[in-house]
Design a protein around this ligand. Structure first.
Ligand code: 0X9
Ligand code: ZN
Length: 293
C-alpha cells in the first residue's frame, strides 16, 4: 500500500462506511510490527463537519511525523508511540459543508421530519442524551435515535475498543475557542484524577503559547464552557474505553481575541499556524507522558 514513510505508516479503513458510503480512512504511524507493543495515541478530527481547522491540523500533524522523521524530536515521537489518526470522522458532513452549507455540523443520515443528521459528538454511549441535546432531529444537537446510531461513531468506537489496552491518550479536535478540555462534559463533577489531567493539559497550553502566543485555557469541558453536553467522544473515551488521558481540543480562533469573529471560517493562512500550535501541544503531551505510560 502507501509506502512513502519507510515502513512506519499504514493507511486503513475502519470497519463501517459513513451513511453515504464513504470510507473512514485512518492512518497508523509508528511501528507496524504487531509484536512490538508501544503506548498508542488516538487523534480524531471532523466529528463536526464545519470545523475544518481540526481536519487540516490533523493532516499537518500526519505530514510532520512522516516528513520530518529525520528531526530527533519527531523521530522520538514516532519511535516511542503508535499514533492512530482519523482526520475526517464525518466525511458526509464535511463534503456537505463544502457543497451546500458551510455551517453544517452533523452527519448526513436521514431522520424523521425530512431532516438530516445527528450530532456525532452527542452520539456516544456514555451518559447518552442526558444533557445538552435536542430531541428534534432537525436541530443541530440531536443526539440520534439511540447511542451509536451513526456508522461513523460506531466504527470509531469498535476500533478504539479493539485497541483499548494500547491507547493511553485520546485527543478529539474541534473548533473553536483555544481550549484544551478534560472530562467531563456531561456533569460539572470532576474525574478523580482531574489534577493529573489538568497538569498535562497545562503542559500542552504552555507549549502552544510559546509558538506564536496563542493562549489556550485548560479545564473540564463542563467547567470551562457554560453548558453541559453528554454523549461526547471525550467523555466516552475516558468513561467507557478507560483511556485515562482523554481530551478534546477547541482549536483557533480564540474566543478572547479579535480573531474570534472568524469562528469556523479561519482564512487559509491559519492552516500551518494552527497546525504548528497543535504539533507543539501534542509533542509536549507525548514527551511529558513518555516515561509514565
Ligand atoms: O458542543 C460540543 O460538542 C463542543 N463544542 S463545539 O463547538 N466543537 O461543538 C464542546 C463540548 C464541550 N462540553 C461541554 N460544554 N460540556
Ligand atoms: Zn466540535
Amino acid at each position: 500500500m502507501e509506502s512513502s514513510c519507510g515502513g512506519k505508516c499504514s493507511v486503513f479503513n475502519l470497519r463501517y462506511k459513513s451513511s453515504k458510503g464513504r470510507a473512514l480512512r485512518a492512518i497508523k504511524i509508528g511501528t507496524l510490527n504487531p509484536q512490538i507493543n508501544k503506548p498508542a495515541i488516538w487523534i480524531d478530527a471532523g466529528l463536526h463537519a464545519r470545523e475544518w481547522i481540526g481536519i487540516s491540523s490533523a493532516l499537518y500533524f500526519i505530514n510532520k511525523l512522516i516528513s520530518d522523521y529525520d528531526q530527533p524530536e519527531v523521530k522520538n515521537l514516532v519511535d516511542s508511540y503508535d499514533w492512530y489518526i482519523l482526520p475526517v470522522v464525518n466525511p458526509d458532513g464535511y463534503e456537505y459543508s463544502h457543497t451546500n452549507d458551510r455551517m453544517w455540523r452533523k452527519t448526513r443520515s436521514q431522520q424523521d421530519n425530512d431532516c438530516y443528521g445527528v450530532d456525532a459528538n452527542r452520539n456516544f454511549n456514555f451518559h447518552w442524551n442526558e444533557a445538552g441535546t435536542d430531541p428534534d432531529p432537525c436541530h443541530n444537537t440531536f443526539a440520534g435515535k439511540r447511542a451509536f446510531s451513526e456508522p461513523e461513531t460506531q466504527a470509531m468506537s469498535d476500533f478504539i475498543l479493539s485497541k483499548r489496552r494500547d491507547i493511553k491518550i485520546y485527543i478529539s479536535l474541534h473548533s473553536y475557542g483555544n481550549l484544551w478540555l478534560t472530562p467531563w462534559g456531561y456533569t460539572r463533577n470532576l474525574p478523580g484524577d482531574y489534577d493529573e489531567l489538568l497538569r498535562i493539559a497545562n503542559i500542552a497550553a504552555a507549549a502552544i503559547l510559546a509558538v506564536r502566543g496563542e493562549e489556550y485555557l485548560t479545564g473540564s469541558a463542563a467547567g470551562l464552557l457554560s453548558y453541559l453536553a453528554a454523549g461526547g467522544s471525550r467523555d466516552w473515551a475516558k468513561g467507557k474505553a478507560g483511556i485515562k488521558y482523554s481530551y478534546s481540543v477547541e482549536l483557533s480562533p480564540s474566543i478572547r481575541t479579535a480573531d474570534w469573529s472568524f469562528r469556523f471560517e479561519l482564512p487559509p493562512r491559519f492552516i500551518p499556524l494552527v497546525g504548528e500550535d497543535l504539533y507543539m501541544g501534542l509533542k509536549a503531551v507525548a514527551e511529558a507522558l513518555q516515561e509514565k505510560l
